[in-house]
Design a protein around this ligand. Structure first.
Ligand code: KIV
Length: 257
């Protein structure tokens, strides 16, 4: 998968399948399932490290996860989230940090917001950039919580920003938690693909967080669909294992040397 191919998908009306992954095992599963884009998301801060926001995730941790994912992703396109504070303060800093993620194995980086100069500066040195508008979790403290964005007049601001970041050179953009009518109209307005999460079926592709889709955590969200309940499966396996160890049923001679 490549950035130009994703563009082609949109022209052909083919939907783009994206998921987050943070390590080699999950990336190899996404790859085997034929997922188009693996996002090494800064949602790792929440689902792997138990933080309440994405803000604490460091560039070094992101680079380690990108290395791990890229070892298994041979067909899927690997996009690395640029963590909070690693871009935007200066173009030099933005470029330096994006280069580090590309050297770790990413094929593109994702940045939140309408940062046209940063997008242009990265594109100039050959780094494809995925945009991210709507509910951008790194701005959680500006929004005052995880809330749907772009209702009413705010919608035209998001549509305007979408056009601006497309013009600055993003190859695709995530639209998160915005009304579906707005996401559909932005998707029609743009040449590049939109990837929705909580933005309705009118987007050119969809992204889900690994843990939400597979039911690995207790929380359930309206924007997510649980395709299986791995939490229950794991709890049952761990229960059985504990039982067998406690009653000397595991290991048997078959597991011994
Ligand atoms: O970090 C992440 O997982 C994301 C997706 C939800 C788009 O940015």
């Amino acid at each position: 998968m490549t950035a130009p191919k994703l563009y082609q998908f949109k022209q052909e009306g083919r939907k783009i399948v994206c998921i987050t992954a943070y390590d080699t095992t999950s990336a190899s599963l996404a790859e085997a399932a034929g997922v188009d884009v693996i996002l090494v998301g800064d949602s790792a801060a929440n689902v792997l490290f138990g933080e309440s926001t994405t803000l604490p995730l460091s560039l070094e941790t992101m680079a380690t996860m990108v290395r791990s994912v890229s070892r298994a992703a041979h067909r899927s396109f690997v996009v690395a989230d640029m963590p909070f504070g690693t871009y935007g303060a200066s173009l030099d800093q933005t470029v330096k940090h994006a280069v580090m993620l590309m050297k770790s194995g990413a094929q593109a980086v994702k940045i939140e917001g309408c940062l046209e100069e940063e997008i242009w500066a990265l594109g100039r040195i050959g780094i494809p950039v995925m945009g991210h508008l709507g509910m951008t979790p790194q701005s959680i403290h500006n929004f005052g919580g995880f809330r749907v964005q772009g209702r009413g007049e705010e919608g035209s601001l998001i549509a305007e920003q979408a056009q601006r970041i497309q013009d600055a050179g993003v190859f695709a953009m995530v639209l998160e938690l915005i009304p579906q009518e707005l996401a559909t109209s932005i998707s029609k307005q743009l040449d590049i693909p939109t990837i929705g999460i909580g933005a309705g079926p009118g987007c050119d592709g969809q992204i889900q967080v690994w843990h939400d889709l597979l039911g690995l955590q207790e929380e359930e969200y309206r924007h997510a669909k649980r395709y299986c309940n791995l939490r229950e499966t794991i709890l049952s396996a761990l229960g059985e294992y504990s039982e067998e160890v406690r009653h000397s049923k595991f290991p048997t001679s078959e597991n011994s040397f």
